[in-house]
Design a protein around this ligand. Structure first.
Ligand code: SF4
Length: 373
């Protein structure tokens, strides 16, 4: 009995001592291969198998010698998030509920497009500490940051399910505030962009922030940058502070200054301004006129997001007429405006809805007497 217990402990410690390879950049894999006593180019081969060919085990890495594959099996693991559920909406959107190795759960969304391309919306944190007043993920509270491997792993899971897709966009707009987890996000971007791996270019990658000014400055002064989307949600500080608590730390004018400083070198670069339209709160014509004056000096596009209802908030959708009037006013000021389709609403996969089932049950109904922001 004691011997069996010791053996089990020994096996567990070997497993615990194995290195997780998903989440390593090509440079890290080369360095790790060298540290194992192998030539550095073995790291390049591993990188290609892990990310371009999406290998799930070392057995199938047929251009590696058998002895090397056996050594890899002893020393390393390939861990992907485990799909617990795939909820499919009528419009083809799929919400993935994924379990991570420690049991934490995140959601990831697949959105196909008519031209054969698709977008995957990935999470960067378990829950979110920002507490935006209309966002279900914010109501979950904060669990922990994801690792680079857990961010890239979401893309691997979704991509493996959809070999028919001809090209991928990745948006870091799922659960969490990416710029509060910037070390892992930057590493994940390096992996996603590497042409010997997934090869999803920077122009096809968007990082969305609610306005973490130091993070914007750090991310957007990198030599290679993703596209940036910034959630404003209100054109003046008092209203914004009611919707987005981060306004009290990084105010609207400081944020606008940081956006003016983003180096946009070609005409194909711009900042996307995200604005969630909430019925009767921030969707009136005067809000549109103020927003136009605020963002017109930027090279930007405005993306209007009609609020996606969640039963935990006493908020209303804007009327179609209010959305149309808001967009018309912005366009009359020379701005490029898109209105986001409410994709995946039936399966609670639309913007602001991720994490609904993880919110405490007692929080899933508006508290008596609440009036919203
Ligand atoms: S909108 Fe984004 S930043 Fe705000 S609580 Fe939700 S996930 Fe967090």
């Amino acid at each position: 009995m004691e011997k069996r217990r010791q053996m089990r402990t020994a096996v567990l410690s070997v497993q615990a001592g194995r290195v997780a390879l998903i989440g390593m950049t090509r440079a890290e894999l080369r360095a790790w291969a060298t540290a194992q006593g192998w030539p550095a180019y073995r790291g390049d081969q591993l990188f290609m198998w892990l990310y371009a060919r999406q290998a799930r085990s070392f057995d199938g890495m047929t251009d590696l010698p058998r002895a090397l594959r056996e050594a890899l099996t002893e020393r390393a693991v390939i861990e992907w998030p485990e799909p617990l559920r795939r909820d499919v909406a009528d419009d083809g959107t799929v919400k993935y509920v994924l379990r991570l190795t420690d049991g934490a759960v995140v959601e990831t969304v697949f959105m196909p497009r008519p031209d054969g391309r698709a977008t995957v919306c990935v999470s960067t944190q378990v829950g979110c500490p920002m507490g935006c007043r209309f966002c279900v993920t914010g109501a979950m509270g904060f669990g922990r940051n994801l690792t680079a491997g857990e961010i890239v792993g979401q893309v691997l899971v979704v991509r493996a399910d959809h070999p028919e897709v001809v090209g991928w966009n990745v948006v870091l707009m799922g659960m969490g505030e990416p710029l509060l987890n910037l070390d892992a996000v930057e590493k994940a971007l390096d992996i996603l962009w590497d042409p010997r791996g997934l090869g999803i270019g920077p122009r096809h990658t968007t990082v969305s922030t609610v306005g973490i000014v130091p993070g914007i400055r750090r991310l957007m002064t990198r030599p290679v940058r993703p596209r940036l989307a910034v959630s404003l949600h209100a054109p003046e500080p008092a209203l914004r502070a009611r919707l987005v608590p981060v306004e009290r730390k990084y105010g609207l004018f400081e944020l606008m200054q940081a956006l003016r400083e983003v180096p946009l070198e070609t005409r194909r670069e711009w900042v996307t301004i995200e604005y969630t339209l909430i019925g009767g709160v921030n969707d009136r014509p005067e809000h549109a006129r103020r927003l136009a004056r605020l963002v017109r000096p930027l090279r930007c596009k405005v993306n209007l997001i009609p609020y996606n209802p969640a039963p935990i908030f006493p908020l209303e959708e804007p009327t179609p007429e209010a959305v149309e009037a808001f967009a018309r006013i912005l366009r009359s000021h020379g701005l490029t405006v898109t209105v986001r389709q409410n994709r995946g609403r039936r399966v609670m996969a639309a913007c602001g809805q991720l994490g609904y089932e993880f919110v405490r049950p007692e929080a899933r109904g508006p508290a008596e007497g609440t009036t919203g922001p």
